[in-house]
Design a protein around this ligand. Structure first.
Ligand code: NAD
Ligand code: DAU
Length: 347
């Protein structure tokens, strides 16, 4: 069975690809990725020569290429993660988000429909989405699968649009699909533009820690391997046309999380207690900053038996150890273009 994973060289995608390659020797996993700044084949070094794995460099926006790929490999399942994924970049350059997240997704849907429509049985288009499509919560409440969409950023608007297209292909053409909406992931291999790896890197190199606004924004954090496990479960056992929310039951105010990172890093690096906290710098807020995200993940627990397996304490310790022992990875992704991005975003 040929399975297409898009965006498999990125953060979450690389953990999904590894899991599918190692757990399902009877699948052939094709990883399609155009290798933007966020895609990195180093993330998959350990499985790159596996018999049931093939990397394909290509852009999901390239219609002819995508159609030809579906004809050539007759994929039976698609796990679609390829996206522009960083909110701050969507604020400075929204168009790239429309292209990849909306047009790219529609290209994949159209190619899948074309080769599957004679017989949709046994086929699955699984779209990986985000809790940000629901917009912002106040101080209470949780997002459920029926919460109305209310995206605030160009990133979340593009993901909401792609979710709508996936459902429209299901309604209009009968395409078998699944969608999941997950909260903030953290763990090994995350590009250091997102809060946790950016702050870990800055602590290591003793640079200011740029907390947006007053730091009283709240996110729900999930260890990336638990997300990969949920994706595996939904892909295999989820019901067609269903949506599953995935979350960590683990809400943190940014400022409390940053202080925890500082404390743990001081211990790991043998620095005096309180040293890294001195790097905290409050900076101009993100425009349209969503106050709070929190997920009600009771449906996936009830229907598929999934719940997070890694506590935040364990996950954070593993993540910190990974960044401290993977200096060459961190150095290579924070050189060159990253410096330009950093200057523009923070200076
Ligand atoms: P990422 O930015 O780390 O990786 C994205 C990958 O997609 C990269 O490898 C990149 O090269 C590839 N890509 C980008 N544009 C492409 C294109 N046009 N054609 C082919 N490949 C392309 O992202 P991530 O954090 O791993 O997120 C993966 C998916 O999960 C995204 O769809 C994102 O919206 C969703 N998601 C992320 C989080 C999170 O916390 N990171 C949470 C919920 C949902
Ligand atoms: O909720 C799921 C989403 O989580 C995913 O869909 C996105 O792909 C992913 O990027 C993430 O979005 P966030 O905007 O929540 O993540 P980010 O790491 O950018 O920011 C987390 C919080 O930290 C947010 O409140 C903004 C704040 N922040 C972030 C950065 C990068 C800062 O205070 N300073 C920073 O420098």
């Amino acid at each position: 069975m040929n399975i297409l994973v898009t965006g498999g060289a990125g953060f979450i995608g690389s953990h999904v690809v590894r899991r599918l390659v190692n757990s399902y020797p009877n699948y052939h996993v094709f990883n399609l990725d155009t290798l933007t700044y966020a895609g990195n084949l180093e993330n998959l070094k350990d499985i790159e020569s596996s018999r049931n794995y093939t990397f394909i460099k290509g852009n999901i926006c390239d219609t002819d290429f995508i159609n030809a790929l579906f004809i050539k490999y007759q994929f039976q399942g698609v796990v679609h993660l390829a996206a522009e994924s960083h909110v701050d970049r969507s604020i400075t350059g929204p168009l790239a988000f429309v292209k990849t997240n909306v047009l790219g997704t529609v290209n994949l849907l159209s190619a899948a429909k074309s080769i599957w429509e004679k017989d949709f049985r046994g086929k699955r288009f699984y779209h990986i989405s985000t809790d940000e499509v629901y917009g912002s919560l106040g101080n209470t409440g949780l997002f459920s699968e029926t919460t109305a969409y209310n995206p605030s950023s160009p990133y979340s608007a593009s993901k909401a649009s792609s979710d709508h297209f996936v459902r429209a292909y299901g309604e209009t053409y009968g395409l078998p699909y699944l969608i999941s909406n997950c909260s903030n992931n953290y763990g090994p291999n995350q590009f250091p533009e997102k809060l946790i790896p950016l702050f870990l890197n800055n602590i290591i190199i003793k640079q200011p820690l740029p907390v947006y606004g007053d730091g009283n924004y709240t996110r729900d954090w999930l260890y990336v391997l638990d997300h990969a496990r949920a994706i595996d479960l939904i892909f295999h056992n989820g019901k067609n046309t269903e949506t599953y929310n995935i979350g960590g039951f683990n809400e943190w105010k940014n400022i409390d999380l940053v202080k925890l990172l500082c404390k743990q890093m001081d211990q790991k690096l043998g620095r005096p207690a309180g040293e890294s906290e001195k790097l905290i710098t409050y900076v101009k807020d993100r425009p349209g900053h969503d106050l709070r995200y929190a997920i009600d993940a009771s449906k996936i627990k009830k229907e598929l038996g999934w719940e997070p397996s890694v506590t935040f304490e364990e996950g954070l310790a593993k993540t910190i150890d990974w960044y401290l022992t993977n200096g060459p990875w961190l150095n290579s992704v924070t050189s060159g273009k990253y410096q330009e991005y950093y200057e523009k975003q923070y200076k």
